[in-house]
Design a protein around this ligand. Structure first.
Ligand code: FCX
Length: 481
């Protein structure tokens, strides 16, 4: 089937059965230990979450449902004439665990083509009481076709779900220009809560077994709306409030997003397909995914929970680092100029560290090698912008920063992460507004968070509630006096 919801519905019972069997045998098996260091150390290394969509290996980096980034680049469908994977394909993979066909990916971007049998079934369901239609049977039939095609959610995939409620547009248009784009983004997402199908169904008493279906609908609606929200923010802040234009159902999600932002370069579209693919998911414990999961565990709908995730992504130690990197690179260029030497770069990095700042784009809580999301962006740059001076600076920093961070002695991972590279690629295609970059990250991260939230509901996961303790009580517990 090209209908993601049908494919997912077929997967869920087997997954529930497997986990049930596993838990019945291993619920009491110990899988880790908690030390005092971990209690104070931001829960590093505590195994406390099951997230199905991706797994992060400290040495190798992220795998989405078992596939590395190079494997995704090879195996996921790309756009006609393009080389980079379509984010829609990764979403399908994260939701179902299976690599989608081109037709499945297309259906997700564009919507389903109605076949005759489906249509007749719908005609029957919606039109069974034909007597109340009066004499004009055929014209009502034509009206009904239109109604079914435009209003039945199973035919409305991303291109058709992108409209925003008017109060959200009004709110975005009224935000002051000095409100950070991520604050605007989070607030607009939360305000879409008025559209939540889950919240409505819950208030009407829907059964727990059906929660995932409404969460699925909200997830797809939210993913579809994000580029529109993001593009309105961009146009309001940097393009005099010009219109984002209409969604083209023949274009994929990334291509529509790029044109709503006001860009046309096909290579920039390719970059965005890659960008929106690699930022989607980084297993469950990172701040944005974890915040989303935590809030969703209270059965807050997808808009509320993803808005919470985006408030976390907006922090400088997480997603805002991509903005911080560009600020840092510009400082280097302003101070040293293009003719810098590696020694001057080293001095600049030491100066940054001695002033108490971090080197943005380097380090990671889990990774212990160069982030493969950095590597694939580097490969894109080597292919498309090898001579760009900002790319050269990023490459030169890669030569000097790891040794300096190692010399510092306390940094556990001296290697670059995803944020060290993304900004220079965007600048090359003339997107210069670095304050906005984290919004792009936020559009992408929805794919992972929404796939996970659907599974949270499908598996009936409970409200999250880890135990906390006071220092006094902890001291007593371990016999410290
Ligand atoms: N520059 C300077 N110091 C660094 C550093 C860096 N890039 N990375 C880590 N450190 C320091 C920490 O600040 C900490 O110092 P402290 O003991 O004085 O507080 C010490 O090294 C140990 O930290 P470590 O265990 O290595 O790292 P954490 O897991 O605590 O933190 C992040 C991980 C990512 C927050 C950290 O490496 C950092 O601040 N990096 C710079 C910001 C950044 O690039 N964030 C983006 C990360 C990611 F890819 C994303 O979420 O988008």
């Amino acid at each position: 089937s090209t209908n993601l919801k049908d494919v997912l519905a077929a997967e869920i019972p087997e997954q529930i059965r497997e986990i049930k069997e596993f838990r019945s045998k291993h619920n009491n098996t110990v899988v880790g230990d908690v030390t005092v260091d971990k209690v104070y150390g931001g829960m590093r290394g505590i195994l406390g979450l099951a997230t199905e969509t991706s797994l992060l290996d400290p040495e190798e980096g992220i795998r989405f449902r078992g596939l590395s980034i190079p494997e995704c680049q090879k195996m996921l469908p790309s756009a006609p004439g393009g080389a980079e994977p379509l984010p829609e394909g990764l979403f399908w993979l994260m939701v179902t665990g299976k690599v989608p066909s081109e037709a499945q990916v297309k259906a997700l971007s564009k919507g389903q083509v109605v076949n005759e049998k489906m249509f007749l079934t719908l005609l029957y369901v919606y039109g069974c009481d034909l007597t109340c239609w009066g004499d004009d049977y055929w014209s009502n039939c034509v009206d009904l076709t239109g109604f079914v095609l435009t209003n039945t959610s199973i035919f409305q995939e991303w291109a058709n779900r992108a409209d925003l409620p008017s109060h959200v547009v009004t709110m975005l248009n009224n935000f002051p220009a000095n409100l950070h784009p991520m604050a605007q983004f989070s607030a607009a997402i939360i305000a879409c809560n008025s559209e939540s199908k889950f919240a409505k169904a819950y208030s009407e008493g829907v059964k727990k077994a059906a929660y995932w279906e409404y969460t699925y609908e909200d997830a797809l609606d939210l993913i579809a709306k994000l580029p529109t929200i993001a593009a309105i923010i961009y146009r309001n802040l940097y393009r005099d409030g010009t219109s984002v234009g209409a969604i083209d159902p023949n274009k994929d999600w990334a291509a529509n997003f790029v044109s709503m932002l006001g860009y046309e370069d096909p290579q920039f579209v390719e970059l965005m397909r890659l960008y929106l693919t690699i930022h989607t998911d980084h297993e469950g414990g990172n701040v944005s995914a974890h915040a989303c999961h935590l809030v969703a565990s209270a059965l807050s709908d997808n808009y509320l929970s993803y808005g919470a995730g985006m408030c976390g992504l907006a922090g400088p130690l997480h997603g805002l680092a991509n903005q911080e990197v560009l600020v840092f690179l510009n400082k280097v260029m302003n101070e040293l100029g293009q003719g810098y030497t590696l020694d001057q770069l080293k001095e600049f990095v030491w100066k940054t560290l001695k002033s108490g700042q971090v080197v943005p784009g380097y380090g990671h809580a889990v990774l212990r090698k160069t982030d493969p999301r950095y590597t694939c962006q580097r490969e894109f740059a080597l292919k498309h912008l090898p001579e760009d001076p900002m790319f050269k600076l990023v490459s030169d920093l890669y030569k000097v920063v790891p040794d300096i961070l190692l010399e510092l002695g306390k940094v556990k991972n001296p290697w670059p992460n995803v944020d060290a590279h993304s900004g220079v690629l965007l600048q090359y295609y003339n997107m210069m507004e670095m304050n906005y970059y984290t919004v792009l990250f936020g559009v992408s991260r929805a794919l992972g968070c929404m796939a996970s939230t659907i599974w949270d509901r499908a598996l009936g996961l409970p409200i999250e509630r880890p135990k906390s303790i006071t220092t006094k009580a902890l001291m007593k517990k371990v016999g410290f006096s």
